[in-house]
Design a protein around this ligand. Structure first.
Ligand SMILES: [Mg+2]
Length: 303
């Protein structure tokens, strides 16, 4: 791994000539909870002015597509709504291709529920306002199934409780019920000092209880890449650069897809974590940068 800002101009030019597509993560790369990371907007604009095709690939499902897109536009990023690729969009495409008409049991935030409903899907209702306190009531509520449910979708839900998780596990006992997960991040980075538990561990519990593997429609799964390549018509994976701040999700996704990798240290991954590197060797990027500001400085010749 080399620091892009420490290599020769010639090496930087060779790097920037080595890809046509840029797939860029959002949280921790462009901003932290909407606070723009200095230089990120200029870097994306500079890559676009070089003729790179830029797409944004985020695991974030806590805001819907319209809101997330509007926030990027307001922050000054130049993009079309379809340039933003997130698990809910891929889930909808996945279910529509299968002509799915049954109900979905969802562990997810209200925005994801809304996106699925807007796409025409019915979400199974499960009232948890009064968590059951006795075992018989718990069993009656959580170890029974509604036969109208044909899919379980598990994503990030900051209000999830054990009963909800149990209900999902119960549905997954039926092999006919489709098992889909969104982002399975183990840790979520909302900004400096704001590291939170991600949904990945809960998805593992569902896998263990059901003995099944989900269709993971988020980074680092290559099932997300099937969607991307189908939509964008990318022919040569080696001409794609993935920029991200998470080693398991972003560098993992790029590795699974055969993309080039650029790790930024402006989000989830600290310099210390990178230097210790307790991840598979193949996830190592060729280059890393402190933040996208380095990309902008390199392309604008301002440093
Ligand atoms: Mg990120």
């Amino acid at each position: 791994m080399k620091n892009l800002s420490s290599v020769t101009k010639l090496a930087q030019q060779a790097f920037f000539s080595s890809f046509d597509y840029v797939f860029c993560d959002v949280d921790g790369v462009l901003w932290h909870s909407h606070e723009l990371i200095p230089g990120s907007r200029d870097a994306i604009a500079a890559l676009k002015s070089l003729g790179k095709k830029v797409f944004f690939v985020s695991n974030n499902s806590t805001k819907n597509q319209d809101v997330y897109y509007a926030q990027l536009k307001t922050a000054g990023f130049d993009l079309e709504k379809s340039d933003l690729i997130r698990p809910p969009i891929v889930m909808i495409d996945f279910l529509k291709k299968r002509n799915f008409t049954k109900e979905i049991y969802l562990i997810g935030m209200a925005s994801l529920r809304g996106e699925l409903e807007d796409a025409g899907f019915k979400i199974s209702r499960f009232n948890l306002d009064n968590p059951e306190e006795s075992v018989p009531k718990y069993l009656k509520t959580c170890i029974t199934v509604d036969e109208n449910v044909g899919a379980v979708i598990a994503d990030l839900d900051l209000n999830m409780n054990v009963a909800q998780l149990q209900k999902a596990a119960t549905y997954l006992n039926d092999p006919e019920v489709i098992f889909i997960t969104g982002g399975s991040d183990r840790k979520l980075f909302f900004g400096p000092g704001q590291l939170a538990i991600g949904p990945g561990k809960f998805h593992e519990i569902l896998e263990e209880m059901s003995g099944r593997k989900p269709h993971c429609l988020a980074k680092p799964s290559s099932e997300l890449n099937d969607y991307i390549r189908g939509k964008l018509g990318v022919e040569d994976a080696s001409r794609v650069l993935f920029i991200g701040d998470s080693i398991p999700e972003d560098m993992g996704f790029a590795t699974n897809c055969g993309y080039q990798k650029l790790l930024v240290l402006s989000g989830l991954t600290s310099r210390d974590t990178m230097e210790k590197w307790e991840f598979p060797e193949e996830l190592k990027p060729e280059y890393y940068v402190e933040s996208l500001k380095v990309v902008w400085e390199s392309l604008s010749g301002s440093k």
